[in-house]
Design a protein around this ligand. Structure first.
Ligand SMILES: Cc1cc2nc3c(=O)[nH]c(=O)nc-3n(C[C@H](O)[C@H](O)[C@H](O)COP(=O)(O)O)c2cc1C
Length: 245
């Protein structure tokens, strides 16, 4: 149908990379592609920090829960939501800074995700592999200190980028009937569709783990939502100036 659609449908996270570096000209093009994403209110509320220092990468890999691909990837970067850059101009134009509303947080966080995903699509289109790293939010304060992130800037996720040294299976997504609804929210038919999907996911994990115990999607997400999730984020964000007014 379209090579872009085929590319998007072939996505899978890559967690093993060859040692091959990414050419600087290509990196610049990937950043250009990322930056071309739509940006709410033209705020452009994202900042990318490239982490090249191997000691800092090792430290972040440990802080993110010992994820070795952070060290091995050709590139590792942290995507930050940034209200500081725009906020600086409130001072210049003698306006009160009111940039700590929940809405501003949403705007900046969405901007970051859109920019990252455009960069990711561009990277995958030239044969690179990627893995997002939400694990950096295990220790967002220490990660922020390592990168000198000021108030108004918070690390949303990391991204590993490099030439793949593995060819993992595509992870099946929920059936479209569960995701796409007509006119209004409803859960018609979802239970049955998810039961079938659970079986596909069990099989996916069994294959991936060489016959090991395959967990279903529903059990996996139920477990996720039954546990506390990074409860430090609320106070961390407040310290960074995101007050959620
Ligand atoms: C914001 C975000 C954070 C993620 N954080 C991690 C991470 O810390 N470590 C990891 O190995 N994978 C991470 N992932 C990858 C997901 O586990 C993966 O996208 C999901 O299981 C679907 O698999 P796929 O990308 O291969 O299709 C993250 C994905 C996203 C979107």
């Amino acid at each position: 149908m379209s090579s872009v659609i085929d590319l998007l449908k072939s996505h899978r996270s890559i967690r093993k990379f060859t040692g091959k570096a990414i050419e600087p000209e290509l990196m610049e093009e990937l950043f250009n592609a990322g930056q071309s994403a739509a940006t709410s209110s033209f705020l452009q509320g994202s900042t990318i920090i490239r982490v090249t220092n191997s000691e800092v990468r090792e430290k972040i890999a440990e802080l993110a829960g010992n994820q070795p691909y952070i060290i091995k990837a050709a590139e590792f970067m942290i995507f930050c939501a940034d209200l500081k850059r725009a906020g600086n101009y409130c001072v210049d134009f003698d306006k009160p800074f009111e940039g700590d509303y929940t809405e501003h947080f949403i705007i900046a966080t969405v901007d970051v995700a859109l920019m990252a995903q455009s960069l990711v699509t561009a990277a995958e289109s030239v044969g690179l592999g990627i893995c997002y790293i939400g694990g950096i939010r295990n220790n967002p304060g220490t990660v922020s200190d390592l990168l000198d992130l000021p108030k108004g800037v918070y690390p949303v996720f990391g991204l590993c980028l490099g030439y793949p040294d593995q060819d993992p299976e595509i992870k099946p997504r929920l059936p479209l009937s569960v995701i796409v609804k007509k006119e209004a929210y409803n859960e018609d038919g979802d239970k049955e569709a998810i039961e079938e999907y659970d079986e596909r996911i069990r099989e996916y994990y069994r294959t991936r783990t060489g016959g090991g115990h395959g967990i279903s999607w529903s059990e996996q997400v139920a477990t996720l939502l039954s546990e506390k999730s990074r409860p430090h984020m609320k106070s961390f964000l407040a310290d960074k100036g995101f007050k959620f007014r």
